[in-house]
Design a protein around this ligand. Structure first.
Ligand code: PHE
Length: 348
């Protein structure tokens, strides 16, 4: 067993030895091993301190003091080396990393273009005072046809290739049944727009069995064709820009009289009928593209819902949302709406 001075010397020797070992430590694991060896509960410092009780009083006092000083030194050396190694580790992790480079944007979802344009159209009309209504996609013959002035055997039923569920129940072929449902539920004045899915037995490059329409209906005393023209012209300019020209062409629908189709000046050639590439591919050289169908509500429709035809007149219109969207965004292929290719969808 060491005498006091010898133990003090041994204790002090630990400091130099530990410092040398710490200098060599390159990893946090190395460091931990050194800590355990020197400062651990069964480490070398503890071992030497275990000899204190065997010394005389003076020796115990001197060696005890030395042990405390050594312990502080060892702890200080260890802490300093730990800090240095930690800094080196984080510097290494940051090497080659430029914190000013912009991060990758997380992939966020986006609304389908048909949803976006539906919302935009509804907003335009609601700002004009129209209310938004919706109704069932599965309809009875009565709402889809009969009340809209298309009795059984009416030839106009063939205009729409209907998908039948039973003889009397159909997938609605247009949103016009909402005209009937709205007028049966409320008295004039009425101003509604009705967005929704419609179905037809039709599938080729320009038709899909399901597509989206928006119906409009306005009924009050004294509503005229001029109101129809003014409302739809304002709407079209809102969606396609203030310089859009509008043309009303006579047409036929069983539930409106007179009826018209609305054309707007071509979104690609601006109405000139040609682009630098030659004849305009969107309007086929005509300068106009069709955008919706409309007309003054036929008195037979008012009769079906019990509106006073002497007192009230009204107009109705219907448009295909995919068509409006294709024209607005210059989308050439209807199928893109249904393929759900994220590269397409994320552009809107
Ligand atoms: N329902 C007609 C269609 O689907 C569009 C339309 C609605 C026409 C309202 C006139 C009035 O073709």
């Amino acid at each position: 067993m060491s005498k006091g001075p010898a133990l003090v010397a041994e204790l002090e020797g630990l400091v130099g030895e530990c410092a040398a070992r710490l200098d060599q430590a390159l990893t946090l694991e190395d460091l931990e091993a050194i800590r355990v060896e020197f400062l651990g509960r069964k480490g070398r410092l503890a071992g030497l301190m275990g000899q204190l009780p065997g010394l005389d009083a003076d020796g115990r006092r001197d060696a005890g003091r030395a042990a405390n000083t050594v312990k502080q030194s060892l702890t200080g050396l260890y802490d300093a080396r730990l800090a240095a190694l930690s800094r080196a580790a984080s510097d290494a992790a940051l090497a080659g990393f430029d914190p000013t480079v912009p991060g990758l944007a997380p992939f966020g979802g986006s609304l389908h273009p048909v949803t976006l344009v539906t919302a935009e159209i509804c907003k335009a009309f609601s700002e004009l005072g129209f209310t938004i209504v919706t109704g069932p996609e599965i309809e009875t013959d009565y709402y889809n046809f009969e009340a809209l002035n298309m009795p059984p055997e009416h030839p106009a039923r063939d205009m729409q290739d209907t998908l039948y569920i039973t003889d009397n129940v159909v997938l609605r072929t247009h949103t016009s049944p909402l005209q009937i449902r709205t007028m049966l539920a409320q008295k004039p004045p009425v101003a509604v727009v009705a967005p929704g899915k419609v179905y037809r037995r039709d599938s080729d490059l320009t038709h899909t069995p399901m597509f989206h329409q928006i119906e409009g209906l306005l009924v009050d005393a004294g509503v005229s064709m001029a109101d129809l023209r003014g409302t739809l012209t304002a709407f079209v300019r809102r969606i396609f820009g203030p310089r859009t020209n509008v043309r009303f062409r006579p047409s036929f629908f069983p539930f409106t009289e007179p009826s018209a189709e609305v054309d707007i000046s071509c979104v690609l050639c601006g109405g000139k009928g040609a682009t630098e590439a030659g004849t305009c591919r969107v309007c086929k050289g005509t300068g106009f593209v069709e955008i919706l169908g409309c007309g003054m509500v036929d008195p037979n429709v008012f009769d079906a819902v019990g509106y006073d035809t002497e007192r009230y007149t009204g107009f109705a219109f219907g448009m295909g949302v995919e068509r409006v969207t294709m024209l607005k965004y210059g989308i050439g292929d209807l199928r893109m709406f249904f393929e759900n290719d994220v590269r397409f969808l994320s552009q809107f």
